[in-house]
Design a protein around this ligand. Structure first.
Ligand code: DHK
Length: 164
């Protein structure tokens, strides 16, 4: 059972740890998309890595990708029923979507924002994220390793919340 205290999710059963991993537009093209920037691994490779890491950590994961803003928003809304943390690579929606920001604010689930590339070393329009200031943390420029860092950190954050 999940209850909300001041916007933070708490698992009163102290058992299952569940994390939602969301990838936004064009991340389905990982592996073939600008490999000099995004690397050679596919999204499937990334998700497999995360599932392996999750089972070691004792966390369950749900990984989803969409090119549609509304779909990502609906998944954020649905996460209120089962996820204690969200890891999201919003793709270009980071730089455009007030609606995705509002959805994350609306559910109050803590989240980490991940970017494969270092967005601050790229075009100026990528330097601003509508999510960054409401995220627990932002990881940018570590390649796909950024997802693994986010998962490790999310697991620790959930543990620290459950201990309280
Ligand atoms: C992915 C995208 O699709 C871009 O629109 C962002 C981000 C950067 C990434 O580095 O993962 O600007």
């Amino acid at each position: 059972m999940f209850v909300t205290f001041g916007g933070n999710m708490q698992n009163t059963s102290r058992q299952k740890k569940h994390i939602l991993v969301l990838n936004g537009p064009n991340l389905n093209l990982l592996g073939r998309r600008e490999p000099n920037i995004y690397g050679h691994e596919t999204l499937k490779d990334v998700e497999q890595l995360l599932h392996t890491q999750a089972s070691t950590l004792g966390v369950t994961l749900e990984c989803k990708q969409s090119n549609r803003e509304y779909e990502l928003i609906e998944w954020v809304h649905e996460a209120v029923n089962n996820a204690q943390m969200i890891i999201i690579n919003p793709g270009a929606f980071a730089h455009t979507s007030v609606a995705l920001r509002d959805a994350l604010l609306g559910v109050g689930i803590p989240f980490y924002e991940v970017h494969i590339s270092n967005i601050y070393r790229r075009e100026a329009f990528r330097h601003h994220s509508y999510l960054a200031d409401i995220a627990e943390g932002v990881i940018s420029g570590f390649g796909i390793y950024g997802y693994e860092l986010a998962l490790a950190a999310a697991n620790r954050l959930i543990d620290s919340t459950l201990e309280k």
